[in-house]
Design a protein around this ligand. Structure first.
Ligand code: 13P
Length: 340
């Protein structure tokens, strides 16, 4: 394992005020998002959409790394230029989603286990050869009646740690994504408890599997009430709960924490990240950044609608969201930036 290279890459991903752009939706998730806005669900439409994203002028000014999907990392622009070449020219580090999805956990109704460990070593070697320098694996935990179970938390934490160790062996920085889902009526306090318990399990397992903490990135959920909870948190309450949970559970050796957006609106995701950086910047041992998919992409997708004539305007919307999140890293985000 080249510890220096892993540490350098991890630091580079969260350096300054940039963050990650997740564009690693599986084909089925991408198709579902296309169907919602009436875009045809074809390989060509997915390719054209990803071309729109990565050719956005000055994307590299706000985005340090993008997370790709297996289909996308092998694709090219319409003129034949490989996507990986465009990213290299923009100074953006390519990453790759390597889990194969969350499946039902046997004997645990309502709970999931993320799969993809079988055959992972050669897949990681191939991605490294292609030029990827980091990877992502997402584990999902639902809150509900009697769940999550301890066994589900432990099984997912162990899979995340085994994935992370394999990544580092292959020279890839693992982005470790333990996500507590927002669906449900649960209160903020319940999300806090589950998030902390999950993160504790994750770091126990990461240590057990000898993962170099300096050479990884954590991609957690923010601590928020469920989407159907009648009491929604104020921006500062969510920011405080999230940072307190992270301070209790995430070792200072981890260079950066890059949040997923998880179904929050783009504006709220930026406002919450901003509040965390305003209120805690001097007290946090790690960089607090973003690795959003929907909270960066959604406005662009809704403008593009599969039409070539909308590409420029969609790219402007994408860049605006990326810049808003960059400002949130500095604690300088304001809602009016959404319109300028
Ligand atoms: P969202 O920001 O849309 O939650 O996606 C992040 C991600 O990478 C999910 O795995």
């Amino acid at each position: 394992m080249n510890t220096q290279e892993l540490t350098d890459t991890a630091r580079k991903l969260v350096a300054g005020d940039k963050g990650l752009l997740a564009m690693d939706e599986s084909n089925s998730t991408c198709d579902k998002r296309f169907a919602k806005v009436g875009i045809p669900q074809t390989v060509e439409a997915r390719r054209a959409y990803r071309e729109l994203i990565i050719t956005t002028p000055d994307l590299g000014g706000s985005i340090s790394g993008v997370i790709l999907y297996d289909e996308t990392i092998r694709q090219q622009k319409k003129d034949g230029t490989p996507f990986l070449k465009i990213l290299a020219e923009a100074g953006i580090v390519p990453g790759i989603k390597v889990d194969t999805g969350a499946k039902d956990l046997a004997a645990h109704p309502g709970e999931k286990i993320t799969e993809g460990l079988d055959g992972l070593r050669p897949r990681l070697q191939e991605y490294f050869q292609m030029g990827a320098r980091f990877a992502k694996w997402r584990a999902v935990i639902s809150i509900g009646e009697g769940i999550p179970s301890r066994s589900c938390l432990e099984a997912n934490a162990q899979a995340l740690a085994r994935y992370a160790a394999l990544c580092q062996e292959a020279g890839l920085v693992p982005v470790v994504e333990p996500e507590v889902l927002m669906d449900g009526e649960h209160a903020l306090e319940q999300c806090r408890k589950v998030t902390e318990e999950f993160l504790r399990n994750v770091f126990i397992q990461l240590n057990c599997q000898r993962v170099l903490l300096e050479g990884m990135i954590l991609k957690p959920n923010m601590v928020l009430p469920g989407l159907s909870c009648p009491t929604q948190a104020l921006v500062d309450e969510a920011a405080d709960a999230t940072v307190h949970s992270l301070l209790r559970t995430v070792p200072a050796a981890v260079p950066g924490i890059t949040f997923l957006s998880g179904g929050q609106s783009g504006e709220l995701a930026s406002a919450r990240l901003n509040a965390m950086n305003v209120r805690f910047k001097s007290r946090m041992p790690w960089a607090l950044a973003f690795s959003f998919a929907r909270a960066i992409q959604q406005p662009a997708l809704e403008i593009w609608l599969g039409q070539e004539t909308n590409v420029k305007t969609a790219q402007q919307a994408l860049l605006r969201r990326a810049r808003c999140n960059r400002a949130a890293r500095r604690g300088e985000y304001a809602a009016m930036m959404e319109r300028t």
